[in-house]
Each structure stands twice: as structure tokens, then as C-alpha cells.
Write a new protein. Structure first.
Length: 569
């Protein structure tokens, strides 16, 4: 009866660990791993589009635009006296980006990455920005005037200057220029500069006062997105999707869509540095203003299941005939850590490792360097796990030595338990006596392994978060390390190696615990059938190396390796 109670406590403890892990995910800004919430419905085609999002005001608190101070949003009809401009879509292309702009506001409304294929349709490039019945994800910018004064903004239809629409061989930059009609005596000229091999777009906003009076104008930049998870996300693991804010004072701050919904946003509201971003698995977008420019930061719900994060620069007073240019940068691309580091301070944090960043970053650096030598991400993973196992060789050796001692005295323990099965107190005393005589610590095999757990959790996040795994082949049938094994070969091998490891470990004295030791690997192995192949490969490599080391240590200690098979009677 004592053993049954102990087994029940172990089961409760295991389930508690699962719940704690789920709550740790939520606390860390992630969505739950084991109990993900239901996805919110996508905005219907008949519902208002993101283009109807209200223009934020610097006086507005996140999540609300006070009616008394909300700037008037002009309709697509231009101000009196201005020429009528037809609204149209403009497609431009570089070697890595295919972008579509809308002349309404000169907004970016679609982006396609040629280097990264869509997981559902491999022949197509991955789409991040979009404006369709299934996805709304846009980049806006424009001007805010004093209350009651309309200025060119993301609802203003602009004219587009003629020019090249595709980056030609021999050219390193491509420019796209939009010009607004005159509204309240102000023109906005917006110039996008795309660079070869870059997902970082330069955006210059030139404000021209063509009137006879001084004008106060503020530049706003915002990203608008629906609150749905990206398509193809696994139900067995969860990654963060939502807005983020970075400032030097508070560093990287993730914000859940539900927090915006409930008006519980605690992110920084004012700064003179940093960026705002929208983040999802593998990809991100961000608006970056120059260091030193004072800005207000806002996060709000702008429509049914549509959310915005953005910045409003400090007001600028323009004298009649005067002009002012303000530069910003718009990042739209994959979370390639090395590239992100070169764009803006802290931008690499959109590739989020959570609490294990301090361990994950050096692990990613080592993985990246191994890939430079091996030129294959799959073999780089194998090499990285091998190096980690070498680094922890002596800790593992201590654990396996303790397990070998336990295995050596296991026959004595089993005989004693059978002899004293009706005297639990005497059995416990006899067991402690055997441990003391043989100088065996039953927990000796646990501590060295516990020390290594943070490293392997950090490596898990490195492999789960690294976009470099996306569409990266390993061998033969594994052509995408970020997708599950199409033939389930790796998960089956992983399950077999886990069971072999269990068989090599000393069997627990309690028969019920021994059975649970066999059921747990089988239960958790089910999840690996849906995990990315890169994660399963890392786990298999770790299992095989652990089995090899355990086999060698047992042999050296004179404890021949034997398989403790379960007895289900």
C-alpha cells in the first residue's frame, strides 16, 4: 500500500510538472504548450478592412482613442482643389522580396519571400503581409495634425512616381516614391528604398508645408494584424504570435492580443529609442525610428480581431514653405539572428528564447559556426549535440556510475522487498542499510542530469526558433528540418532509443513504478511524431550518445549491460 501511495504521488508530481511548464510558457509570453487556446475567428470579408483603422493620437492611451482628441481621417476623396488619383496596387521585386504597395497611404499590403517556401504549397514563396479574407497584416504610416486638422495619412490616395519595379542585375537599390495630394496645406512624400539581399527597407517621410501658415505635424508608424495564429502551427508546441516593443529602459516586451483586448498592456509608452514589432514563428516585422527621436508608443485594438502596434514621433512645427524629412526603417522578413543584429539594437530579440536566452544565444552561435564548416544544418545539429555531450562527459559519467551501482545491488533490494513486503517500516530501514553499506546514493544519478536540463531546454528553443531550419534538407527523405518527418522514421527511431535507454536503467524496486517507467516514454514519444524533424534529430542523437556512454561505463565497472524488460502481469 505504501508503494501504491508513492506511485500515485509520482503521477501527481508528473502532472504538476506538465501544468507548471504550461504556466511557465504563459508567464514567459508564450502560448500554452499542452493546452493551447482556440484560435480567434478571422475577420470576414464583409467586415471593415484594416484600412479603416483609426489614426492614433499621441494623447491616446493604449487601446483607446479619446473622441475629443482623435484626428479626423480623410476619406479617399482628396481635399478640394486637389487632383483625383486612382487607387492602385504597385508590385516591386528584389532578389529576396516581392512586395505589393497600395497607393492608398503608400501602405505595404503584401510581402512574399522567395527564399522561404510556403509549408502548405512548396512551389510558392511564404506570404507574411497580406490583405485577404483569411489574413490581414499591413504596414501603415502617415501624419497627425492638431485636433480638427486633417493631414495626409494611410487613408490618403497618393500618386506614384514612374520608375523601375524590379531590381536589375548590377543595381543594389530600388526606389519607390509616393506623393500625397495637398491636404490642409501639407504634402507627404514617402520614399521606400529596397536593397539587394536585404529585408530592411528604408522609408523617408518628407513633409512639405505648401500653405501660408505654420503647421504642426506628427509622423506615426504602425503595424496592423489580425489576432489569429499563423497557418500550420502545431498543436503540440506553441510559439508566440503578437506585438512586441523594445526600449533600452525595459528591453524586449511581448504583448498578448488578449492583454490588448482587456486593456492590460504594461509595455513602455514613451521612449527616444527602440522599435515596435509584430512577431510570429520564424518571421517578424518592425518599424524602427532613429535613436534620439522622442516617440509615444501605442498598442490598441482597431477593429474586430485586428490589432495595432506603433509609434508617434514628437511634433514638428513647419513654417510656410518649409519641409522636414524623417527617416525610418521597416523590417519585413525572417528571424535570421545575424541579420537582425545588424539592423537595430535589440532587434534580434524578436527571435525569442524566453528565460534561456543567456544559454541559447551561445548555443545558436556554435550551431551557426558548425554549419559554416559542415554546410548542412542537420549534421550541424548532430555535431552540436556531440560537443555538448563531450562538455558534460564527466557529469554524465557520475550519473551512469551511480546507476551501475544501483543495478549491481538491485537483486539484493528485490529479495529484501519480497521478504519484508508485509513490514514496510522494516523494509525502509533495511533498504537504507543496504544503500549505506554499498555507499550508493539513490539520487546520485539524478543531480548530474538535472544540471544539464537547462542546456537542453535552451537547445530545444534554438532549434524550434531558428528559421534557418525552414526548408533546410538533411539527408534523403528529410528535406525540411522544420517540418515533421513525412515517413515518421525519425520519431520511431527516437521512441526505440528511448525504450532502449529505459531498458538499460536499473528497474525501480516497485513493480508499478517499473511499469510506469515504460509507459511514460511511449506516451511522450507520441508528441515527437508531430515535432519538427530537426528537434527529433537532436533528441535521437542525444539518446544514442547517452546509451553509448552508459554502455561503456557499465562495462568498465564490471556491471554487464542487461535489458530490464517490463513484466506486465
Amino acid at each position: 500500500m505504501n508503494d501504491i501511495r508513492r506511485t500515485i504521488l509520482w503521477v501527481i508530481f508528473g502532472f504538476s510538472i506538465v501544468l507548471l511548464w504550461d504556466q511557465w510558457q504563459i508567464h514567459n509570453g508564450q502560448k500554452p504548450t499542452f493546452f493551447p487556446p482556440a484560435a480567434q475567428p478571422a475577420p470576414k470579408a464583409s467586415e471593415p478592412a484594416a484600412g479603416s483603422a483609426p489614426v492614433p493620437t499621441s494623447s491616446a492611451a493604449p487601446g483607446a482613442v479619446p473622441a475629443a482628441t482623435a484626428a479626423a481621417v480623410p476619406t479617399t476623396a482628396p481635399a478640394a482643389g486637389a487632383a483625383v488619383v486612382d487607387r492602385q496596387r504597385i508590385d516591386v521585386q528584389t532578389d529576396v522580396l516581392q512586395l505589393t504597395f497600395d497607393t492608398e497611404g503608400g501602405s505595404l499590403v503584401r510581402s512574399v519571400f522567395g527564399k522561404y517556401a510556403d509549408l502548405q504549397a512548396k512551389e510558392k514563396g511564404f506570404v507574411l503581409f497580406d490583405q485577404s479574407k483569411d489574413r490581414v497584416y499591413l504596414a501603415h504610416s502617415g501624419l497627425i495634425g492638431t485636433p480638427g486638422t486633417a493631414l495626409p495619412n494611410h487613408k490618403t490616395v497618393m500618386s506614384v512616381a514612374p520608375g523601375e519595379r524590379q531590381l536589375k542585375d548590377g543595381n543594389n537599390t530600388l526606389e519607390l516614391r509616393f506623393e500625397s495630394p495637398e491636404i490642409s496645406g501639407v504634402k507627404l512624400i514617402k520614399t521606400f528604398t529596397l536593397k539587394r539581399g536585404s529585408y530592411d527597407i528604408g522609408v523617408r517621410h518628407e513633409v512639405v508645408n505648401t500653405g501660408t501658415q505654420a503647421v504642426n505635424a506628427q509622423l506615426y508608424l504602425q503595424l496592423v494584424r489580425d489576432g489569429n495564429k499563423p497557418e500550420g502551427e502545431s498543436a503540440f508546441y506553441s510559439t508566440f504570435t503578437g506585438p512586441a516593443v523594445y526600449t533600452e529602459a525595459k528591453k524586449y516586451q511581448k504583448v498578448e492580443f488578449t492583454d490588448i483586448e482587456k486593456n492590460k498592456v504594461e509595455a513602455e509608452k514613451q521612449a527616444n529609442n527602440g522599435y515596435v514589432a509584430m512577431v510570429q514563428h520564424y518571421f517578424a516585422s518592425a518599424w524602427v525610428l532613429a535613436q534620439g527621436v522622442q516617440r509615444d508608443i501605442f498598442l490598441r485594438k482597431v477593429d474586430n480581431n485586428l490589432y495595432a502596434v506603433g509609434m508617434i514621433a514628437s511634433p514638428e512645427t513647419l513654417a510656410p514653405g518649409g519641409s522636414k524629412a524623417m527617416d525610418a526603417r521597416l523590417f519585413v522578413g525572417p528571424q535570421e539572428e545575424k541579420a537582425l543584429e545588424s539592423i537595430a539594437p535589440g532587434l534580434e530579440l524578436v527571435k525569442d528564447y524566453g528565460w534561456f536566452t543567456i544559454l541559447a544565444k551561445p548555443l545558436y552561435w556554435l550551431l551557426y559556426e558548425l554549419h559554416r564548416v559542415i554546410n548542412n544544418w542537420g549534421w550541424a545539429i548532430v555535431a552540436l549535440v556531440l560537443l555538448i555531450k563531450i562538455a558534460f562527459y564527466w557529469l554524465n559519467a557520475k550519473a551512469y556510475q551511480s546507476m551501475a551501482k544501483m543495478k549491481a545491488i538491485n537483486p539484493r533490494i528485490m529479495e529484501m522487498r519480497e521478504r519484508l513486503k508485509d513490514k514496510p517500516q522494516e523494509m525502509q530501514m533495511a533498504m537504507m542499510k543496504i544503500y549505506k553499506e554499498e555507499k550508493v546514493n539513490p539520487m546520485g544519478g539524478c543531480f548530474p542530469i538535472m544540471v544539464q536540463i537547462p542546456v537542453f531546454i535552451a537547445l530545444y528553443w534554438v532549434l524550434l526558433s531558428s528559421v534557418e531550419m525552414r526548408n533546410a534538407p538533411w539527408v534523403a527523405w528529410i528535406q525540411d528540418l522544420s517540418a515533421p518527418d513525412p515517413f515518421f522514421i525519425l520519431p520511431i527511431v527516437m521512441t526505440l532509443t528511448t525504450l532502449l535507454q529505459t531498458a538499460l536503467n536499473p528497474a525501480p524496486p516497485d513493480p508499478l513504478q517499473a511499469k510506469l517507467m515504460w509507459f511514460m516514454p511511449l506516451i511522450f514519444s507520441v508528441m515527437f511524431f508531430f515535432f519538427p524533424a530537426g528537434l527529433v534529430l537532436y533528441w535521437i542523437t542525444n539518446n544514442i550518445l547517452s546509451i553509448a556512454q552508459q554502455w561503456v561505463i557499465n562495462t568498465r565497472m564490471g556491471v554487464p549491460p542487461q535489458f530490464n524488460l517490463p513484466k506486465f502481469k
